[in-house]
Design a binder for this molecule. Structure first.
Ligand SMILES: *Cc1c(COP(=O)(O)O)cnc(C)c1O
Length: 458
């Protein structure tokens, strides 16, 4: 494509995007298409000859858009949010323009140095200890995978990296049943084995019972195993469980066990100082991850991974072939994660934090939390419904009093109608509906309208 055509089409696209942002409420939130609908409309082979951009863009609108679930829809209350902002989109345009691979400092000094600064900004905002370091990963799953590897190397004095796990005792990792599935996946990928996850009992509020943790560790030690890692959660996915960080940290310290904190979703709320109490005990942890791409308006993908001891991470992951040898005294982020190549994600952090300011981000998060409490009060007052778990930040769960079947049927009806979008979960073996508020442009009216709509379908 010639530059003059690029200029023309790019302008058209920007107009389309601005219209989309203004009119996103007109779309059904969850894509209404059936499996195979989209694939059936796409050619089986790549074209030999170039097609013109008008045709391609028309196909995007007519074929692709119906298969889009609108994560940026203000009535998206499913899963956790994955929200965007105009500032973030503008940064992504520039990131794609320069097309940088920031694997080494030298391959774009600005990518590395901006990333270091942005991790410092984010760390200050959410009360990460000042002497920690940070790196932007693609996802929390990657950060957690790295954390499990660090724990493995710490527990085996760096032997497993070279010798493998063949002659090691069993390494045990401690989580609760509320912990994210990325931990089990990481156990498999790291060769640690998912059966070596120790699911620690929880308290009534689904948080980790630290006494049960201590007992589990003592038992594993007595059995000749090595307790290697603990993953504490602040705001677990199912219903937002919050593990007692300081208590867990004290146990981790006493036994010299690596402690990773998964706050993928709720970490964004820590930009509000009133939530810093949930960070109490972070000084006893070894690493922490949260996703600005969930709830901070810095669009996917952007996962902030903080580590107390960067040498532990680098020592665990470094590989140094001749062709990658580079400058001394600078950060080469390729040693801080799984992939070699890395996107210049820091630019969108910079654009959003500067373009919006911390005040606006705090206000948005506080509103979401306030509206969640307001909605939960409506649900609780309604004779047909029952709150199952009270709001944790901006998530709560509820069920229909007539039981699981009724709850599931209602959820299906809501999602099929497309007006709003919610997710199912299971708590104490019973179906619940999760309601999670977090989309950037969501207003109380969107929440209230969605609630009346749900009542109409009941
Ligand atoms: C969303 C989430 C994850 C996984 O996030 P990815 O960035 O998609 O890997 C992990 N843990 C928790 C608690 C989450 O909410």
């Amino acid at each position: 494509m010639k530059t003059n055509n690029f200029r023309k089409h790019a302008h058209e696209l920007v107009d389309w995007v601005a219209d989309y942002m203004e009119n996103v409420r007109d779309y059904p939130v969850r894509s209404q298409c059936e499996p195979g609908d989209i694939a059936a409309q796409i050619e089986d082979e790549a074209p030999q000859q170039a097609e013109n951009f008008e045709t391609i863009f028309e196909d995007f609108k007519s074929i692709i858009m119906p298969g889009i679930t609108h994560w940026q829809h203000p009535r998206f209350f499913a899963y956790f949010p994955s929200n965007s902002t105009p500032e973030s989109q503008l940064a992504e345009m520039l990131i794609s323009a320069v097309g940088v691979n920031g694997m080494l400092w030298e391959t774009s000094p600005a990518a590395t140095e901006l990333e270091e600064k942005m991790m410092q900004w984010l760390g200050q905002l959410i009360a990460i200890p000042k002497d920690w370091s940070g790196v932007i990963q693609d996802t929390a799953s990657s950060a957690t995978f790295c954390a499990l590897l660090c724990a493995r190397e710490k527990a085996t004095d760096d032997r497993s990296n070279t010798q493998g796990l063949y002659s090691e005792k069993k390494l045990k990792y401690y989580v609760t049943h509320e912990a994210h599935s990325s931990i089990e996946k990481a156990m498999k990928m790291a060769g640690l084995g998912s059966s070596n996850i120790h699911f620690v009992a929880t308290r009534r509020d689904h948080s980790m019972d630290h006494i049960a943790l201590e007992t589990a560790i003592e038992r594993d030690l007595a059995a000749g195993h090595i307790p290697a890692g603990i993953i504490a959660c602040i705001g677990a996915t199912g219903m937002g469980a919050i593990d007692p960080l300081r208590r867990i940290g004290e146990i981790a310290k006493a036994h010299d066990i690596y402690l990773h904190v998964d706050a993928a979703w709720a970490g964004s709320a820590m930009v509000c100082p009133e939530f810093h109490a949930f960070m109490d005990g972070i000084d006893l942890a070894d690493s922490y991850v949260f996703n600005p791409h969930k709830w901070m308006g810095i669009q996917f993908d952007c996962s902030a991974h903080f580590v107390k001891d960067k040498d532990r991470l680098i020592q665990t992951l470094t590989i140094l072939p001749e062709y990658l040898k580079s400058n001394e005294g600078v950060t080469d982020y390729r040693d801080w994660g799984i992939q070699l190549g890395r996107r210049m994600r820091a630019l969108k952090v910079w654009f959003v934090l500067r373009g919006q300011g911390v005040d606006a981000i705090q206000e948005r998060i506080r509103n979401h939390i306030l509206w969640t409490e307001k909605l939960a009060a409506l649900v609780s007052d309604h004779p047909d419904f029952e709150i199952v778990t009270e709001p944790r930040f901006s998530l709560f769960t509820f069920k229909h009093k007539d039981g699981c079947e009724k709850t599931d049927a209602l959820l299906q009806a809501v999602n099929d109608a497309g007006y709003t979008y919610l997710t199912r979960s299971v708590i104490n073996k019973k179906s619940v509906i999760r309601w999670s508020i977090g989309q950037t442009d969501c207003q109380w009216q969107d929440v209230a309208d969605s609630w009346s709509h749900l009542l109409d379908l009941r």
